[in-house]
Design a protein around this ligand. Structure first.
Ligand SMILES: Nc1ncnc2c1ncn2[C@@H]1O[C@H](COP(=O)(O)OP(=O)(O)O)[C@@H](O)[C@H]1O
Ligand SMILES: [Mg+2]
Length: 240
């Protein structure tokens, strides 16, 4: 498998309202692709379409070499980790219990989970959170746990929806190191929705920009970095 995720001419709809128009994207094996765009551009919808959840769509989507059909659970079973923007972790459970559940769930899907030691090595912040309850964590800490939980399942494709939104800089730095480490360590492919350009540029090989549901730019991270006019045209207002 050389392509982890592919969209061909995808239109997506919420009821009568169209949210994606002719979306094209390819995430190669081991590649990190960033999806940029202002609020409402269609980043989250792109991830929902890949998981076949909440949106009606036309066009073709392949996830890990197979069409994105059936329930999101079935798609996840192929080896897809999705960290939605709501950071849902179990509030009454400790971080350790949250991660144990993820390990158990991975085993139930015949996937070999990542051991705790390795998770702590990737995300050292987990060390001091491990025995705290979900409800006692800050938003940034919850986000780190949500990502750790996705990593535990050793996904082949990871969908990260605005992981740095509202986070303190020190947590952003740690996430940056962690996410940058995943392709080399596990061979993971990553689709990263973001508004934080510094974060994106340190991690992604390809950059896509969405504007009101349409792809308005696609290039390598180096090309993107070299062309400030793209940032001014599509991202300056309303981006972090
Ligand atoms: N559940 C929903 N029901 C109806 N419209 C939605 C829903 N979620 C998102 N939208 C609309 O779809 C468009 C794309 O939104 P979204 O994918 O959430 O953008 P982003 O993640 O880039 O902020 C927006 O116009 C938004 O209002
Ligand atoms: Mg979103």
């Amino acid at each position: 498998m050389t392509t982890a995720l592919a969209f061909r001419d995808v239109n997506a709809f919420y009821g009568p309202a169209q949210a994606l128009f002719g979306m094209q994207l390819t995430v190669g094996a081991g590649e990190t692709v960033a999806l940029l765009g202002r609020n409402g551009a269609g980043k989250t919808t792109t991830m929902r379409a890949a998981m076949n959840i909440l949106v009606r769509r036309t066009g073709e989507i392949d996830v890990l070499g197979e069409p994105a059909k059936g329930t999101s659970d079935r798609i996840a079973r192929r080896g897809v980790g999705w960290v939605p923007d709501d950071r849902r972790i179990f509030p009454t459970l400790t971080v350790r219990e949250n991660l144990l559940l993820a390990q158990k769930s991975a085993r139930a899907k015949d996937r070999e989970p990542v051991e705790f030691d390795e998770v702590l090595e990737i995300l050292p912040i987990m060390k001091r959170l491990i025995d705290r309850r979900g409800s006692a964590l800050s938003g940034g800490e919850q986000q780190a746990v949500a990502i750790a939980r996705a990593i535990v399942a050793r996904p082949r494709l990871l969908l990260l929806d605005e992981p740095t939104e509202g986070l303190a800089p020190v947590i952003v730095e740690e996430l940056q190191r962690a996410v940058a480490d995943l392709p080399g360590r596990f061979g993971m492919s990553i689709l990263l929705a973001e508004q934080n350009l510094a974060f994106v540029q340190s991690i992604a090989q390809q950059v896509l920009v969405l504007e009101t549901g349409r792809l308005v730019y696609s290039g390598t991270a180096a090309e993107f970095a070299a062309d400030p006019s793209i940032r001014e045209r599509f991202l300056a207002i309303g981006s972090a």
